[in-house]
Design a protein around this ligand. Structure first.
Ligand SMILES: *Cc1c(COP(=O)(O)O)cnc(C)c1O
Length: 357
């Protein structure tokens, strides 16, 4: 819908008829959305697949994660109600996004972060955008409980995905996939943490089909980390642990939405180990030049399992959400690569020597 001379208007203006906005809603946008759908044939070949895989590269949103889609709507609705302060609990990306959109709207943001588990890039973002950052001596679930309590006092507007408009904004990614492919995919793979996004995509795919804009409804394939897999175990996890900090959540807010998306679509929610996650993470970067944060590799690891198990029919059309950028978590990247640059003298001979040539 964008002409060569006009900027993409952001997801609210592009998909207004599907969203809870009116002409009176002030649109707070950083022109999020319109992220690329990248084919990855070398990755598919490497894992022995006989299907087409496209990655919805949400790392190219303004704060480098999909959270911006829901945040533009949450902060716009907060502005419409005259809010001055927004608050969220976050494993990192929600706080980065909330802080950015609050700055754009001239509001104060307050972010509650679980102690010691925030990836470096995300922390840098929240601080630069002017958030009041508070580190909670507890995990994400503790932080979210406090945020809900703060919301009830009326002091601040809660912009976690317990705020239903977040999910409304996030469903626009499913619309964009259908717009680009001309239909829905056969399968959609994505990571599952607090479970807002799987809920949002399923709603988006269904709404587009109901509007006559697509025919195919994908099987929704959600993937949790084995150490933080409450939806797979069927009960909350007290002390969730995983290298994929964005999905380190023990008691997902959108529990029912996620279970419904999986069962209604004929898909599933399963788990992969941290080892499998890190393998897929490195494989994607090295075979396709696409750098994502570890959480994004959970569905890729899941796709590897499903491919080996013969669950994916030949010729299937598969999409997967790459939810956040690899640069968000540079510590994990440097650790996983295991590569230390070789130091040599500043001569051609020394470089050739180091290369073994
Ligand atoms: C928030 C987030 C997730 C998890 O999404 P949910 O909606 O909480 O399931 C996954 N990956 C990244 C990078 C995220 O920021």
């Amino acid at each position: 819908m964008s002409s060569p001379n006009k900027p993409w208007p952001g997801v609210i203006r592009r998909y207004a008829s599907f969203l809870p906005v009116t002409d009176q809603t002030p649109v707070i946008t950083l022109h999020e959305g319109n992220t690329p759908l990248i084919p990855v044939p070398r990755f598919v070949e490497k894992i022995g697949g006989k299907f087409d895989l496209f990655l919805k590269y949400e790392a190219l949103n303004p704060t480098c994660s999909f959270k911006d889609r829901g945040m533009t709507l949450a902060v716009s609705k907060a502005a419409e109600r005259g809010a001055k302060v927004v608050v969220c609990a976050s494993t990192g990306n929600t706080s980065a996004s909330a802080a950015a959109y609050a700055a754009r709207a001239g509001m104060q943001s307050v972010v509650l972060l679980p102690k010691g588990k925030i990836a470096l890039g995300k922390m840098a973002q929240a601080l630069m955008y002017g958030a009041k950052a508070i580190s909670i001596d507890g995990n994400f679930d503790d932080a979210l409980r406090i945020v809900r309590e703060l919301g009830e006092t009326g002091i601040a507007e809660v912009v976690n995905s317990v705020n239903p408009v977040r999910i409304e904004g996030q469903k626009t990614a499913a619309f964009e996939i259908c717009d680009v492919l001309g239909d829905g995919p056969d399968f959609h793979f994505l990571p599952v943490g607090n479970a807002g996004n799987i809920t949002a995509y399923w709603r988006g795919f269904k709404e587009y089909a109901n509007a006559g804009l697509s025919d195919t409804l994908p099987k929704m394939m959600g993937w949790q980390a084995a150490g933080a897999a409450p939806l797979v175990l069927g009960h909350p996890v007290e002390k969730p642990e995983t290298v994929a900090t964005a999905i380190r959540i023990g008691n997902p807010a959108s529990w029912d939405g996620a279970m419904n998306a999986a069962s209604e679509s004929g898909g599933s929610i399963r788990s992969v180990t941290d080892e499998q996650i890190l393998e897929a993470y490195a494989l994607l970067a090295r075979t396709e030049g696409i750098f994502v944060e570890p959480a994004c590799a959970a569905p890729l690891a899941g796709l590897i399992l499903a491919t080996r198990a013969g669950e994916i029919p030949a010729g299937s059309l598969i999409t997967a959400t790459m939810t956040g950028h690899g640069l968000k978590d540079p510590d994990t990247a440097i650790r996983v690569s295991g590569i230390v640059p070789i130091e040599v003298a500043a001569t051609k001979e020394a470089v050739l020597g180091a290369l073994g040539l």
